[in-house]
Design a protein around this ligand. Structure first.
Ligand code: ZN
Length: 708
């Protein structure tokens, strides 16, 4: 028997109200989403027949039309991240393909595409404002990049390529996964795990128990009871197992074994990705050609802030020039330090991580546990909100209970104008880790976006609501959540994303907040906020010992600051190595027997690695970012956005961080440009409006200690 629609909370969501998280349950998902999809499929022919080349028809009417699905699917997606369960996952998986299918149909709709083009090029086109124009352009470009403008055999070929690329990307990640799983190093004597911290030994023993327990029908032997103290220990190529081993294991020969296995992962046998890479690169080049681009890099840049490969190469080249000598110095220092502490010979690849950790301990001797007591979450929030008020003239007010939440630890806040008290936005904060039901990592996502089209009854505009989700240390008993410094930085980071979503002043659908912000510019406000964690007066405001209230001692702050730039040259160079290899592979290069992708990797390595890669180093075979993720010809974005965020913070330094009036004035300008304008203007124009000039690398280099 089917439920009446009214009793399904996913069908009763209101465009202008927070979702009813206290009512939504997994059993509501399938019936609600199926019904919404069916309604839209049935309406599609009519929607396509009715669409007019006007803003109100093509954009606003469509926005309203799709809002019920947007609301319901948005709430479901959010819950899969924060309140997962086998039931919810099954329901989500059951309807997801149908949702994707509908969205693809809409994205590739010929009549909707034609209406957008007619609006842009027709009589109404000239009266569109900049935000409208950008929304239209993005929608037209999106359709074109999915092949809507192609015809006949070209279209057929394009669809074939898309299909094959999707399969290749899955094959690529499966190979990486299988190759990673296939490797294990079993250690049985305590001497072999000498140096490994307790947490790593615990993990290695647990990994042994799980792997042996998982072998079907294996009889329980005494050694299945692996323990952290007695072993056996199982080391794998998974990050949490591999990194501590390379950093701490004193057995050099074992580090070498693991390192060699790691860099040649997925490059031979059943899980060989070499041919997959060749094929992906060839198909990407062909796809770019069909869409009228010279190469895949140009296609990728069509949707990014950076204009050209040359512009990116200039920027990365500038950073490389500073990072290269610094990385050489890092290496010489490390070599000298190692020799001083009993090492003989030249450091090899498997020695670098190990000695870098020894040198770090030697210099900065600072642990998470020393810092934690100074960062109780409530104090950190107070300091963060005070900073937002000082910089952006907004007040954050606790509003717990004013919106239904999905877990009792989740808090709800409102943001109001500090002078008038007028409401601006709201956000949820889900601060603690809940491994059983919550995805790892931290993220900001939009719950509702600012919109006049979707305003509620009697409202001029719908105000934005954000989700801020972290995985911080939970409170224990009476003790509040005591955060690591990294957790504090993460909170500031996500709050920065949230500010761009929440303090937008754009009313146009598709351009408010983080909507329509280019991929390589998205991390600007978030990384910008992280800088304040290292600003001492700000830090004094958000640190306070949870028992005594004392601020963080000067000596600890000094170490924290010094540790920030430790091996920055080496780390920067490594990112440039990845970014430049990615660019070189997508910028007109075609795989051939004369010049394989690994030859390209080696050419880039000449100017980007201090130690020449080993002959068997085929890290490309596991470079999932660019072969199985969204970063193809886009890996540079990490550094690109870091230049922007550091330079934005540089504006505050230029104005004088100790000059309160100047900081406030600069903060208002940041709010009125970067935070307010969102996707309504090209990010370069937004940046220039804030900074008075284009981005420069000076601040990033200075913060990283790379100017000397
Ligand atoms: Zn981010």
């Amino acid at each position: 028997m089917s439920e009446p629609a009214a009793s399904n909370p996913l069908l009763a969501l209101q465009t202008h109200l927070p979702p009813s998280f206290d009512e939504i349950a997994p059993e509501h998902v399938e019936p609600a989403i199926s019904q919404l999809l069916e309604d839209l499929h049935q309406a599609m022919a009519q929607i396509e027949a009715d669409v007019q080349p006007t803003w109100s028809s093509r954009i606003e009417d469509l926005t309203r039309r799709f809002e019920p699905l947007q609301l319901a699917w948005g709430a479901v997606g959010h819950l899969t991240g924060v309140r997962n369960s086998p039931e919810l996952r099954a329901a989500h998986e059951a309807v997801q393909p149908a949702v994707v299918e509908l969205l693809t149909r809409v994205g590739q709709s010929q009549p909707l595409y034609a209406a957008a083009v007619a609006l842009r090029d027709g009589p109404d086109g000239s009266s569109l404002d900049e935000a409208q124009r950008r929304v239209l352009d993005a929608s037209i470009r999106g359709a074109e990049l999915s092949g809507v403008a192609l015809e006949g055999s070209q279209k057929a070929r394009f669809n074939e390529i898309q299909m094959e690329l999707a399969e290749l990307s899955t094959t690529f990640s499966n190979n990486v996964l299988d190759a990673t799983k296939a490797y294990e190093l079993i250690l049985r004597s305590p001497a072999e795990v000498d140096g490994l911290p307790t947490t790593a030994r615990e993990l290695a023993a647990q990994s042994y128990r799980e792997a042996r327990g998982a072998e079907a029908g294996a009889p329980q032997a005494a050694e299945d009871e692996a323990t952290a103290e007695q072993g056996p220990w199982r080391i794998t190529l998974d990050g949490p197992s591999l990194s501590p081993f390379l950093q701490h294991a004193t057995r050099r020969d074992l580090r070498e074994q693991v390192y060699r296995a790691y860099v040649s992962r997925a490059s031979e046998g059943d899980t060989d990705n070499r041919r997959v890479i060749d094929r992906i690169l060839l198909l990407r080049a062909e796809k770019a050609g069909l869409l009228g681009f010279a190469d895949f890099a140009s296609l990728s840049l069509a949707r990014k802030m950076a204009d050209s490969v040359a512009e990116i190469r200039d920027l990365l080249g500038e950073l490389r020039e500073r990072a290269w000598p610094a990385a050489q110095r890092d290496h010489e220092e490390l070599q000298a330090f190692a020799v001083e502490h009993g090492f003989e010979g030249e450091l090899r690849h498997w020695d670098v991580g190990f000695w870098a950790e020894r040198l770090r301990e030697h210099r900065y001797a600072i642990t998470d546990e020393q810092l934690r007591p100074y960062f109780p979450l409530p104090k950190v929030l107070d300091g963060l909100f005070a900073l937002a008020e000082r910089l952006f003239e907004v007040k954050v007010v606790a509003a717990d209970g004013e919106a239904p939440v999905w877990h009792e630890d989740v808090r709800f806040f409102r943001i109001v104008d500090a002078s008038s008290g007028a409401p601006r936005a709201a956000f949820y904060l889900d601060p603690y880790s809940r491994p059983a039901e919550k995805r790892g990592g931290a993220w900001m996502a939009d719950c509702l976006g600012r919109s006049t089209t979707l305003a509620g009854p009697g409202e001029a505009v719908r105000l934005p609501i954000a989700y801020l989700v972290c995985n911080g240390t939970p409170p224990v008993g009476e003790r509040p959540s005591l955060m690591t410094f990294r957790e504090v930085e993460t909170l500031f980071h996500e709050f920065g994303h949230g500010l761009q979503h929440m303090l937008t002043t754009v009313d146009r659908d598709g351009a408010a907040g983080i909507d329509n912000v280019e991929w390589d510019a998205v991390e600007l406000p978030s990384q910008f906020m992280e800088n304040w964690c290292y600003h001492q007066p700000t830090l004094r405001g958000f640190s306070g010992h949870w028992e005594t209230g004392d601020p963080l001692p000067q000596a600890l702050f000094d170490k924290l600051l010094a540790a920030r730039t430790y091996r920055a040259g080496s780390d920067t160079l490594r990112q440039l190595y990845f970014g430049l290899t990615d660019l070189a592979l997508h910028d007109g290069y075609q795989p051939s027997t004369e010049r394989s992708p690994f030859d390209v990797q080696r050419e880039v390595a000449e100017s980007c690695t201090v130690l020449t890669p080993l002959p068997e180093d085929r890290f490309l075979c596991a470079f999932s970012h660019i072969f199985a993720g969204g970063y193809a010809a886009g890996y540079y974005s990490y550094k690109w956005a870091e230049v922007l965020s550091a330079d934005a913070f540089g504006a505050f330094e230029d104005a004088g961080l100790e000059d309160d009036a100047a900081v406030r004035a600069t903060g208002r300008r940041f709010r009125d440009t970067v935070l307010a304008l969102g996707g309504s203007r090209h990010p370069m124009k937004v940046f220039e409006a804030f900074r008075g000039r284009g981005p420069a690398t000076e601040a990033l280099l200075r913060h990283a200690g790379l100017t000397g």
